[in-house]
Design a protein around this ligand. Structure first.
Ligand SMILES: Cc1cc2nc3c(=O)[nH]c(=O)nc-3n(C[C@H](O)[C@H](O)[C@H](O)COP(=O)(O)O)c2cc1C
Length: 390
């Protein structure tokens, strides 16, 4: 019977100190030309020094076309890789492991964003369909997502862009890559029949809608010499950025996708429960309703978590230490991603070890994405807990 702090092996290729993973969190603080600097080095190294099993970087855009924040990092040139190498070195020096999260926002990018204008890029998506959501803090009037969306001509060109970014990630010293395939961003747009109306082999049937993600996984597998260093983050019941689909489509799509990912021996599959009554409470419109009590982690998770499975099941969204520990002990999940606790606690592992409750946000929401005077503000100024008797 394992618990949260027991070690675990991923993809028969590397061992993690424990099963607690710092989730990917955009913090909008890469003020030096979309590269990490001293603030990011300290932030990630502090959490690695505390003993975090695995860190997933904040979402890193693979291309200027996919950006929807002004100060998020990108992985496009050797210069970006060199900047991240300083972060991965600092994490490795204290015994940590770190994956790059590969992100393309697709139709959630905005053509009015200064970053899009500066690089003269179009907003790209599987089909030219606007997402009914969005709010751009940096843009006057806080508009929603743009209607100025262009259908991707050949999805293989975007897969090539992922391949390029992940090649740089390897050069930057990342131990692997987490593919962001939730949140209504590009990879999930391909899955969703409301966002993807393509008539070619990337649209229509379930097999076709899953093709983009599976071919991207195959491309990353080649770079990292095996699928064990790949994690894919999915959120079947998601609603963010107009990502909702009906229950039947959700079940059919994700059953096929997960089975194919396990067949490919993907190292970790992160299943989020956002949008369910067990995660965020949400009044979903009737056509997208989910049966009361439905939990995608427990239902679809069975496709990942079985004796002899090559893939590890990682759960996410609104878990407590107690619930995560219970599910690991019961053999229902292998690992947990905590997101927000890692913002307010540089010492998540120490707190778990000593039974100290996590600190919560007692400041304002500016903590998340700014504004800030210097990037360290609300980022590297959260105190560790005093441990009695130590
Ligand atoms: C400030 C903030 C930024 C986030 N940015 C990302 C991101 O870049 N990529 C991603 O996949 N998820 C992102 N998330 C979602 C988290 O990774 C995680 O899935 C979510 O917070 C739920 O986990 P929790 O309940 O433990 O916080 C972000 C969440 C927060 C609070």
């Amino acid at each position: 019977m394992s618990n949260l702090l027991d070690p675990i092996t991923i993809g028969a290729r590397f061992d993690l100190r424990n099963r607690v993973v710092m989730g990917s969190m955009t913090r909008n603080r890469c003020v030096d030309d979309n590269k990490p600097g001293p603030a990011q080095i300290k932030h990630y190294a502090d959490r690695a020094k505390d003993g975090t099993g695995l860190i997933v970087s904040e979402g890193i855009f693979i291309d200027w076309t996919g950006c929807d924040w002004q100060y998020t990092p990108v992985m496009i040139t050797d210069d970006h890789a060199a900047a991240w190498k300083r972060v991965t070195d600092a994490v490795h020096e204290v015994g940590g492991k770190i994956f790059m999260q590969a992100w393309h926002a697709g139709r959630c990018a905005h053509d009015e964003m200064p970053i899009a204008k500066e690089h003269s890029v179009q907003v790209l998506a599987p089909s030219a369909i606007k997402a009914n959501a969005g709010e751009y803090h940096d843009l006057p009037g806080r508009p929603g997502h743009t209607a100025n969306v262009h259908a991707i001509e050949d999805p293989k060109t975007i897969i090539e862009t992922y391949r390029h970014a992940c090649t740089l990630a390897k050069r930057a010293g990342f131990d692997g890559v987490e593919l962001l395939a939730q949140g209504g961003y590009l990879a999930q747009q391909f899955l969703n029949s409301r966002a993807n109306k393509r008539k070619d082999s990337y649209g229509g049937t379930v097999e076709n809608r899953c093709r983009f993600i599976l071919e991207t996984i195959d491309a990353i597998t080649k770079i990292f010499e095996g699928p064990g260093a790949i994690c894919v983050k999915i959120s079947p019941t998601d609603y963010l950025n107009d990502s909702m689909v009906g229950f039947d489509e959700m079940k059919e799509t994700y059953t096929y996708l997960i089975n194919e990912m396990v067949k490919r021996r993907v190292g970790i599959i992160t299943l989020c429960r956002r949008g369910t009554s067990t995660g965020d409470l949400l009044n979903r419109p009737k056509e997208f309703s989910i049966p009361e009590g439905y939990d995608p982690v427990l239902d679809l998770g069975k496709l990942v978590k079985f004796p002899g499975s090559p893939s590890r099941l990682m759960a996410n969204n609104d878990y407590t230490v107690g619930e995560a520990n219970r599910l690991i002990k019961e053999g229902k999940i292998d690992m947990i991603t905590f997101g927000r606790p890692f913002i307010y606690n540089p010492d998540v592992i120490h707190r778990i070890r000593h039974g100290i409750p996590f600190a919560v946000n007692n400041r304002t929401n500016a903590v998340l994405y700014g504004p800030y005077k210097i990037p360290d503000e609300n980022y590297n100024d959260w105190p560790a807990a005093a441990i009695l008797g130590v």
